[in-house]
Design a protein around this ligand. Structure first.
Ligand code: NAP
Length: 255
């Protein structure tokens, strides 16, 4: 079956990489592209829209979203309401927003995916980190991204922290009388451990989880050097959501 795809945010770094991936797969067909500031009416024969409302009634199976944290929730709601199964890579969703969208997908009996990270190595890093936190409850997450990234911490760091919280014995790390002489020095607090966000030109998407225990340490690290690292995950997401009847949060649920 040919799967017809809309890409929202097709001019961005991720959206344009996804566009090339979809174009290169004979089982996928691009039917519409969305970007609020696009000047062209079509791109490579595919119609370009500047307003999502104009996509109502379009015959399409999947809505791929690589936009911005400000619009991704409304976009995903819109996709579900119009029968397009969302594959969302945009980050910055709150827990409540994810729950709302999952509930809506169940009501609409539509599959969908919100994936903070589409790279298989990052999925494995999250799984290994959660597992290690059972034995190493003292840990810090350091995520490193390019300096154009709009949200912090990264969606991957938040998802990693949530998975760790499910397994790690709760504890407050650091000295009880610790104080910051420079605000923010210890990073963001999450359930007793810390998340640090580094932003530098030249980086793509990287994450370390550092564990410490008496006399030993363990560091897990994943690097996306290139946005192509995300594309097999996006491709899998597109092909899986059309077979499902509810939205999932995390690519691991479709593997
Ligand atoms: P980017 O280059 O800034 O691309 C975002 C694009 O969306 C821009 O071209 C932007 O246009 C456009 N846009 C803004 N509002 C829109 C709307 N209402 N409808 C359609 N398009 C809209 O950012 P990026 O690096 O591609 O990242 C996009 C998102 O994906 C971020 O949230 C990022 O964290 C996430 N991400 C996810 C993964 C993953 O594996 N899940 C990996 C990398 C990045 P203007 O520039 O004209 O505003």
């Amino acid at each position: 079956m040919m799967i017809s795809v809309i890409i929202a945010g097709f001019k961005g770094k991720m959206g344009s990489t996804a566009l090339e991936m979809v174009k290169g797969d004979s089982e996928l067909r691009l039917v519409a592209l969305l970007d609020p500031f696009a000047k062209e009416k079509e791109y490579d024969g595919v119609p370009v829209f500047t307003n999502k409302e104009d996509l109502q009634g379009l015959a399409a199976d999947v809505w791929v979203d690589f936009t911005t944290p400000q619009v991704a929730y409304d976009n995903t709601r819109f996709a579900l309401e119009n029968g397009f199964a969302p594959v969302v890579g945009t980050t910055g969703f709150t827990q409540e927003q994810i729950k709302d969208l999952q509930d809506l997908s169940v009501r609409k009996e539509l599959g969908g995916l919100i994936a903070p990270n589409f790279a298989i190595g990052a999925i494995l890093l999250m799984e290994f980190a959660a597992k290690a936190s059972k034995y190493f409850p003292d840990l810090e997450i350091i995520e490193l991204h390019h300096d154009k990234k709009k949200d912090a911490p990264s969606g991957t760091a938040v998802k990693t922290a949530e998975l760790i919280r499910q397994i790690r014995q709760p504890k407050q790390q650091g000295a009880a009388d610790e104080s910051e002489t420079l605000a923010g020095a210890r990073g963001a607090e999450f359930s007793g451990f810390r998340i640090h966000s580094v932003r530098l030109p030249g980086l793509v998407a990287h994450q370390e989880v550092i564990f410490g225990a008496a006399g030993e340490g363990l560091t897990l690290r994943h690097d996306s050097y290139d946005r192509s690292s995300f594309m097999s995950g996006v491709n899998l997401g597109i092909k899986e959501v059309v077979k499902r009847d509810r939205m999932v949060y995390g690519l691991e649920h479709l593997l």
